[in-house]
Each structure stands twice: as structure tokens, then as C-alpha cells.
Design a protein. Structure first.
Length: 264
């Protein structure tokens, strides 16, 4: 969806069906490879957590060799599809997303909460890849749609990490920004990044890439995130974190879909 939104926002009136299909297929394969490598590296840690214990490797439904072959083929084919059927820049960004997620973000999860900032970079690259696939260049539009998804990830992920913090602790993952974990410092970080979403979400309309529908929807969705981040700061409990998590689930598809529709 993110890559499709980037393509929809950046295309110049000539919709290339082959390029669009290649974007979705290549992006799917690159993301599949990233997640598969993550599960290969963390297979023993996944077995310790309730939310991941039933994944194919810890549950022994798939062998390590099978997982490595699947991850390798998905990654190589995905990058090649983006390179040859979209453009080389898309392929390079896809490769960077895969490598940074799998081999930088994944090992850092047990070292420092800064891993969330590191992981937000490859997490925000799909819409940029979509924009580059449509325009063939890494321009302001590509960076703006990257920024929207980049800032959204922080309250989204910290809300999830708050809800499953006890499970994460079993594997030694340090995902919340505060040393104390579930506290007002974490909630304040969520407020700050939710607040940034409001002006960043206005930029596509400001630059004339889409109309006022996107402006109002993006602003409302950003304020919704901000409201629940404030609620988390006031209540400091898992129920409020879960509400922020679901608000983030609403924000992302709403904004991505309206960016595509309003461009039309």
C-alpha cells in the first residue's frame, strides 16, 4: 500500500501497468526477504516470546536451510525486479531497505532503543520506492512521502512495544525510548512524533501534489494520533497504549489511500 501510494502520488499522467505490477511484486519480495532474515537471526529469541513462538522456525515447521533459501531468493529476485522493471534507483533503494532492516536494525534491537530510529528508515522507504518508480528521480515528493511514513512509525511502534513490553523483555529486546519503559517519558516521545505528523501531512497539499481532501484527512488523522498520545501521557497504562496503537492502524491506510485518490 505504501509503495502504491508513492507511485500514485508521483505518476505524471501516464500509468504504466507493467511498472506498477513490478513495483508491487518487487516490493513484496524485498519485504518478505527482510522479514525472513529477521526471523532467521532471531529464531531462538522468537521461541521465548508468546507472540512469535508459533513462527515457522521456532515451531519447526520450516528448516533453517529452507528459510535461508526462501529469504535469499526473495531478496535477489525482488531487487532485480525493481531494478530492471522499474528503474535502477528503485532497485538500489530496495536493496538498502533490505540490508539495513535485516543486518543493522535487527541486531540492534537487543542493544539499544535507538534501534527504533534505525528501523524507521527502511520502514519508510517503500513509499519512496513507489515515487521513484513513477518519476525516475529522487525528488522532494519522494522525501516528503518518506517523511510521513517515517514519523508515523514512532508512535505506532512504541504503542505496540508498550502493549507487548513484557513479552519483549523475555527475549531481552529494548524497544521503548525510556529506561523505565512504560512511563511518561515514552508517552512524551509519542506526543512529539505525533505532533510532527500534522505539519508533515500538510506538505503534499502545500506543494500542490494533491488537493484539500488530503489536507483535511491527513490533518485530522494526525490530530487523532496526537489525541491518543496525550491520553497515553495522562493515563500511563496499557489500555491507552492500545488505543494509540489502533489509532496508528487507522492513520496509515487512511493517509495512503487519500493521497492516491486526491491526486486523481
Amino acid at each position: 500500500m505504501s509503495a502504491a501510494a508513492g507511485y500514485g502520488l508521483a505518476y505524471n499522467g501516464h500509468f504504466d501497468t507493467l511498472t506498477f505490477i513490478a513495483l508491487l511484486l518487487g516490493g513484496f519480495l524485498v519485504t518478505s526477504s527482510s522479514n525472513a532474515i529477521n526471523q532467521i537471526i532471531e529464531r531462538n529469541l522468537d521461541a521465548m516470546m508468546d507472540r512469535t513462538a508459533n513462527r515457522p522456525l521456532p515451531a519447526e515447521r520450516m528448516s533453517l536451510l529452507e528459510a535461508m533459501i526462501a529469504a535469499g531468493l526473495s531478496g535477489v529476485v525482488g531487487v532485480l525486479v525493481l531494478w530492471f522493471y522499474c528503474n535502477p534507483i528503485s532497485g538500489v533503494i530496495g536493496a538498502l531497505a533490505l540490508l539495513s532492516y535485516a543486518f543493522i536494525y535487527t541486531p540492534m534491537k537487543r542493544i539499544s532503543p535507538i534501534s527504533v530510529w534505525v528501523g524507521a528508515v527502511p520502514g519508510a522507504l517503500p513509499p519512496m520506492i513507489g515515487a521513484v518508480a513513477a518519476s525516475g528521480k529522487l525528488d522532494a515528493l519522494a522525501w516528503v512521502i518518506f517523511a510521513i511514513q517515517f514519523f508515523w512509525q514512532f508512535p505506532h511502534y512504541w504503542a505496540i512495544a508498550w502493549v507487548v513490553d513484557e513479552d519483549y523483555s523475555k527475549a531481552g529486546f529494548r524497544m521503548l525510548p525510556s529506561k523505565e519503559g512504560r512511563d511518561r517519558v515514552t508517552a512524551m516521545f509519542s506526543i512529539c512524533y505525533s505532533l510532527l505528523l500534522v505539519p508533515v501531512g500538510m506538505l503534499p497539499t502545500y506543494f500542490g501534489w494533491c488537493g484539500n481532501i488530503a489536507l483535511w484527512v491527513n490533518t485530522f488523522a494526525g490530530l487523532l494520533m496526537l489525541f491518543y498520545a496525550f491520553k497515553l501521557y495522562i493515563r500511563v497504562d496499557t489500555k491507552a497504549a492500545r488505543q494509540l496503537m489502533f489509532a496508528s492502524f487507522v492513520y496509515h491506510p487512511a493517509v495512503m489511500i487519500v493521497l492516491m485518490i486526491d491526486k486523481l
